[in-house]
Design a protein around this ligand. Structure first.
Ligand SMILES: [Zn+2]
Length: 415
């Protein structure tokens, strides 16, 4: 009897130790109050589709090439600021299909549903077993992996993914054999059952570009102007919410669409359009802007619009001036964002990868890592690819340009 008690205590101690320093996250089912809440439609990937990193409220996930073959999901816990493989199996070598963190392809995308209850991994088609794109679904701790959506051989995943917690909304594209144009189909797939419904089709000049409340935002470009249509899941109909000139940049966030409208050859006005009321307010009129092709709205995060603009008017690569700045979404106040990291002989601006409460996860560098890719003949070959080095930084230090990075402890995944 006593021996069992001691064993039990040891077990408990061991699992506590594991939790404290070196464990992937617990399944999100332990947060019933969150599961019960209604969640409106939320983009869960960047605008062009799943990236190799994603974040929940408690941690950051990235897919990183495994030097032997394939890739691993690495999890960075915000509380411990330590990186671990998304695997809690003792003695695991994390380099074959017995490991929940390992995938056979070197490059892919990650995202979570809007309730942060499931993790999804989009596999590229560069493995011998999978010739088509697949979305895998798994728990937030990597366990219970299953195929969630498998593309047909002619079909590709395209545009962003939106979720309300119970379904994913995403588009697949098929090239029309007569027109050679891409035909996109917007799908709703139930996260629990996998049941898929086609909602609507649209063209290659239209993009699933945002969501708010129960409406999906589709951006339409007709060659001269752009237009946002809102597709209601309730009525299954679209309505136009905003039309604007093609030289204006836009980015939806929450119930607003932020616009950068050129005023001179070096400035733009930043405007905020409220989708619900139709009202537009001017945030600032002197944002550095030198054309829609050299300006990017990087992100809308922590109540600010992050913008990158390059002044290429001298037509000389050595005289390009680059601007990285933020505009406050309420006051319009502009802040310079000077943090950079070296990239070859030049530098690049430090970008926000995730909002981690008081902190941001930022990419503060680049590193070359070994990866095994599959050639067009299916034969694997070893190469090096560039991946981001991530750090954490307090929000106030990022916004004020202080390079006080908090290093993430990678000792558990080293070697
Ligand atoms: Zn493992």
């Amino acid at each position: 009897m006593k021996r069992y008690q001691i064993a039990g205590v040891l077990c408990l101690l061991f699992s506590l130790l594991l939790c404290a320093c070196n464990a992937p996250p617990e399944p999100a089912a332990s947060e019933p109050e969150q599961a019960a809440a209604e969640i409106s439609l939320t983009p869960v990937t960047p605008f062009l589709g799943a990236d190799n990193a994603t974040a929940s409220k408690s941690g950051f996930y990235r897919l990183t090439p495994n030097p032997q073959k394939g890739s691993n999901i690495v999890y960075i816990d915000y509380a411990t600021k330590a990186a671990v493989y998304l695997c809690s199996r003792p003695e695991c070598r994390h380099n074959d299909e017995t490991c929940p963190s390992w995938f056979p392809f070197a490059v892919g995308g990650l995202f979570l549903d809007a309730k942060n209850e499931h993790l999804f991994c989009v596999g590229s088609a560069d493995t011998e077993q999978e010739q088509t794109e697949v979305i895998w679904k798994m728990g937030v701790n990597g366990e219970n992996r299953e195929k969630f959506y498998t593309c047909s051989p002619s079909e590709n995943l395209i545009d962003m993914v939106v979720s309300d917690g119970s379904s994913l909304y995403f588009a697949t594209g098929v090239v029309d054999k007569e027109t050679w144009k891409l035909k996109k189909t917007l799908k709703q797939v139930n996260i629990e059952s996998g049941e898929a419904v086609d909602l609507m089709t649209y063209q290659d000049t239209e993009w699933l570009f945002g969501a708010f409340d129960d409406e999906l935002l589709v951006l339409f470009f007709d060659g001269a102007s752009r237009r946002y249509d809102a597709y209601s899941l309730e009525t299954k109909t679209s309505r136009t919410v905003l039309t604007y000139d093609m030289n204006v940049l836009s980015r939806p966030s929450g119930d607003s669409i932020y616009l950068m409208q050129p005023l001179t050859d070096s400035t733009a006005e930043v405007l905020k359009f409220n989708i619900k009321t139709g009202e537009t307010v001017s945030l600032c009129k002197d944002a550095p802007y030198f054309g829609s092709d050299t300006t990017t709205i990087e992100d809308i995060v922590d109540g600010r619009i992050v913008i990158h603009a390059s002044d290429t008017r001298e037509n000389d690569p050595e005289k390009i001036k680059r601007y990285h700045y933020a505009v406050d979404c309420e006051t319009g106040e502009m802040t310079d964002l000077p943090l950079t990291y070296p990239m070859g002989e030049t530098t690049d601006f430090v970008q926000i990868a995730a909002d981690a409460g008081e902190f941001f996860v930022v990419n503060s560098g680049l590193e070359r890592v070994k990866a095994v890719l599959n050639g067009s003949d299916g034969a694997p070959y070893e190469t090096e690819i560039s991946t981001s080095v991530y750090s954490m930084i307090s929000k106030s230090d990022y916004w004020s340009g202080q390079p006080n990075y908090i290093e993430i402890d990678h000792s558990a995944i080293a070697g």
